[in-house]
Design a protein around this ligand. Sequence first.
Ligand code: AMP
Ligand code: ZN
Length: 474
Amino acid sequence: MAENFSFYNSLTRSVEPFVPLVPGKVSMYTCGPTVYHYAHIGNIRTYIMQDVLVKALEYAGYDVKRVMNITDVGHLSSDADTGEDKMLTGAKREHKTVMEIARFYTDAFFKDFQAVGNKMPDVTEPATACIPEFIHMIEVLLEKGFAYKAGGNIYFDTSKLTDYYVFSSAIEKEQLEVGVRDDVEEDTNKKNKTDFVLWFTKSKFEDQALKWDSPWGVGYPGWHIECSCISMKHLGDRLDIHCGGVDNMFPHHTNEIAQSESYLGHKWCNYWFHSNHLNDRAGKMSKSKGAVLTVSLLQEKGYDPLVYRFFCLQSHYRKPLEFSFDVLDSNVQVFNKLIKRVAELKNDGAVDENVKAEFEGKFRDAVSNDLNTSMAITVLYDALKADTNDATKLALVESFDRVLSLDLIGHARALSEGTDVDPELARYVEEQIAKRAEAKKARDFATADAIRDELLKKGVEIKDTREGVKWQII
Ligand code: AMP
Ligand code: ZN
């Protein structure tokens, strides 16, 4: 039996009880990455929170099917269908073909995606694999009078809708209208400023690499069509939950709803789950800004990717989160202490099922209440402090980790066996120790001390012994 579950639905702008289309089952769609560059840790925050949503629903007894697209075609540098093609820009930058770029960054994405404990979606589908489906949807939109041809391109006609800005309050609508008027480069083909391209045959850049035949000439799809089609292909005409970052609400999700519901003739998706951004001191992290901080880079610097997950879980997904290495360093310390506490637990007999059920209920309430992950972690600490035996505590840690996915038991076991070190971290520590030895040799004690202090911040203590330098996780 699936339990009560509530979360914030951007469509109704309120926290609502979740009622799935089919009892006990959840169909979920996630906007996947644009694969012209590495996904930064901000993108990964969004995917961590979605993973927690999947696992929290499963913890509450639901059976979730999740589908994700890969945007490997058609996303222009402005969300408003103008500017350069992002894939092409990536290919030019790296002197590779667009498909090589797509393959490389898709692999890099899923490596980082999984390193932070995320479960792979049940289906992942690149946009380039679904061109016939896009063409079909556009044909129907044209037939039904929701789309028009102009200057060789096919546009969606937003004036055909009574409520286009579905996610916005009256004031936000006014602001968006002003924004759209001011931002969008003039495309004289458009009948209305908010109209968007479904299919391009004429674009500003002549050398668009990927093109397909269509009833309207050789061209390529607009960005939004892929999510509507890929979702319907795998999850049918009605969807429970659609996920994305807050920047996806407008225009991307707004346009997805416009075209999907016009195509279907009925409501498409009941719940929209949007998570907020990760910022650094300079503001919102963005792929197009250039240098990107990735999970792999964090690993190279000696951080366990699950510490980044731990950091994300402590704040609410609807609030912006500011990243800094200082905060990450303090998370390392707290995480290591937590692991130590788990490692101290002995498997000392029978699990007290009443106590277990009581804490599991508290944990389920936390994650089922608009994904209160920081409360869920508090429940974990409360369970570790509880007046019960270690076997029960261990069972609870294991149970909570089905949602938290911090590999608490695995880390604890490795700590007890003295092998608790991520190979990346071990390599990094050895490198730093070698650098410190060189600095000492050169009598540069300031550098040597700085290296020791930096390692200490990461939870690694080094000791000079007669047998050489020894180190341990503290
Ligand atoms: P993209 O690959 O740029 O389409 O982004 C992939 C996902 O990351 C989308 O759902 C975006 O909404 C989300 N996203 C983009 N920037 C950030 C950020 N700074 N923090 C969190 N999520 C983000
Ligand atoms: Zn999408």
